[in-house]
Design a protein around this ligand. Sequence first.
Ligand code: CP3
Length: 354
Amino acid sequence: MTSDVTSLQSSPFLTAARGGTPSHTPVWFMRQAGRALPEYHKAREGVAMLDACMNADLITEITLQPVRRYGVDAAIFFSDIVLPLKPLGLDLEIKPGVGPVFGSPVRTLEDVEAIPDLTPEHLPFITQAVQNLTAELASIGAHGTPLIGFAGAPFTVASYLVEGGPSKEYAKTKALMFGAPDIWDALMRKIAGISATFLEVQVAAGASAVQLFDSWAGAVHPRDYERFVMPYSRLVLERAGALGVPRIHFGVNSASLLTLMGEAGADIVGVDWRTPLEFGIAAAGPDRGVQGNLDPALVFAPTEVMTARAAEIIEAGRAAKGHIFNLGHGVIPSTNPDQLKALTDFVHSYEIVQ
Ligand code: CP3
């Protein structure tokens, strides 16, 4: 089957993302591309993570793997939130089992000013991969399968840049945020520009929705979120909004931030699994949809236990302006892919009763 852009717009994912009523609840999984899949390990053999993220053929293959295996309603572009910093020349590595590590953390105004601005010319492999993908995805599924582009929100990317790697307490990041607001402002503006350009490149090449990951924003108090985090996420979401694609905004442990994360400029608010979906729907308000939020560990329970919980989430989602089914955070690497296949099939076959 082939399809065109008009058909893609009526796909279940884009219908729900715009607040309409799809033929079935759309489903995809954060981190669906990656270590849970044996075919991913095969594709990545002997290739470092960042090298894979800069190779258009590998990006295309790895992005398509979960679409083929699960039949999910959207593909998410295979990359990483820190990827745009690599072609800018930063000393960056993604260490297996650890995450992004920067050899020279960014802590002074001079450090911030030394980071160049990102331009589309830095990312030819992204443009190429998105073009390949959207061509392939057009013939998968009844309407074609949309591609979600993504970027890291300024706070979450800043946490890696300032700490030099993953962190539990974000002590250095918050020291800068509370203690040196001018440096913080410069850094957050710099990252906002980089993440917005990263999204623009993906949408210009054919991505039909975007997700802004502020995974670690839940580490800050809502008042601090409003003052030190939200204005910069808004800059990114505003630039994405100008592209006319639906915008999803997600963070972990974000119950107290969901309303603000919506107001930052999202069409869909991602809800993590610790938060009842009903609460997320109320926090997002009547003008925004929600995405989520099955506990990613439920895939380790018997299939019937997992699907019973999925049914509760689909039922709860009916009160939303639009509901996209997802896990409440990324796929856990030891997940059995057969469980995600069973979950996808269950969501697809669950009847929508008006
Ligand atoms: O399927 C998808 O979701 C697309 C690919 C994707 C990756 N990273 C690939 C990846 C996406 C959307 C991301 C986003 C990302 N990266 C986030 C936000 C999402 C979230 O989970 O909250 C964050 C915080 C990062 C930073 C990062 N990169 C972490 C924490 C890690 C994991 C460290 C580890 O090994 O446990 C990475 C590495 C990474 N990014 C992997 C993948 C598939 C694993 C690399 C490998 O295969 O060795």
